[in-house]
Design a protein around this ligand. Structure first.
Ligand code: TMP
Ligand code: ASP
Length: 237
């Protein structure tokens, strides 16, 4: 399958049309942004790692019964996916306090929750992706009640699977962000990506951050951290 016209360029990926109107090609870039695009940089080799990692994890999730947009990896940066209409919600699951949760509620990072939490942000760059609840999402007609129920079921299912998998790699899954889309028949599938850009991953033994927080917080060693989690994933998948 070949790339036709570019349909969209996001912060970390480009999206191309193909000959099949129901299939798209996503191409992963090395560009990194944080704080709604305010901070910009490059993480060398990130596109290759995120493409591979996201594809391996989505194939794993498919086997566990969670439908995804993944069709086929085409090259080290390019993947064929199902065309979806993205549900404009960022779905965030947390197992441990960190990031905006710690800041918003005035708690330290690293508190292990008894149960995972879920929250939604309205995916809207102009508004800075504001936090919303399910009632707001319904009022704004971002999704139906049934779709939100399905999204929650899949999101917690992803957490169960990925927490277990990463734990076997000596990596703690702190939190992550998912996006879902609707395919032609209206059914919900997991879309976007699952990578160190969209997950917080801490070394289980040392607590070292192995994700995009190294870029967000200028901790250094970003490329090495991405390479380290990728290596552990490939050893255990
Ligand atoms: P947060 O603590 O900043 O709200 O982030 C929660 C998780 O979501 C974290 O794993 C990083 C991820 N995330 C994204 O993938 N994209 C974003 O734009 C933001 C703000 C967070
Ligand atoms: N990618 C997001 C942005 O640039 C934020 C983040 O991942 O921290 O806004």
């Amino acid at each position: 399958m070949e790339k036709k016209e570019q349909l969209y360029e996001g912060k970390a990926k480009k999206v191309y049309a193909t000959d099949d109107p129901q299939k798209l090609i996503v191409s992963y870039k090395d560009d990194a942004t944080a704080f709604n695009g305010l901070k910009k940089g490059t993480i060398v080799g990130k596109g290759v790692i995120n493409n591979r990692m996201s594809n391996l994890l989505m194939q794993k999730l498919e086997k566990e019964g969670i439908p995804t947009h993944f069709i086929e990896e085409l090259s080290d940066r390019d993947t064929l996916v199902k065309k979806v209409s993205i549900v404009p919600l960022e779905v965030i699951i947390r197992n441990i306090s960190a990031g905006s949760f710690a800041k918003r509620y005035g708690v330290e990072e690293g508190i292990v929750f008894d149960e995972p939490t879920i929250e939604f942000s309205y995916k809207n760059d102009a508004l800075g992706d504001p936090l919303i609840n399910e009632y707001h999402a319904l009022a704004l007609k971002l999704a139906t009640k049934e779709e939100i129920e399905t999204i929650k079921k899949y999101a917690f299912g992803v957490n169960d699977q990925l927490k277990k998998f990463w734990s076997g790699c000596g990596v703690t899954l702190v939190d992550f962000k998912l996006e879902f889309g609707k395919v032609e028949d209206g059914s919900i599938v997991l879309a976007d990506e699952i990578s160190p850009d969209t997950c917080r991953l801490w070394d289980s033994a040392t607590g070292e951050k192995l994700d995009k927080d190294r870029f967000r917080r200028d901790l250094g060693g970003v490329e090495d951290a991405y390479a380290e989690v990728m290596k552990r994933l490939e050893e255990h998948i």
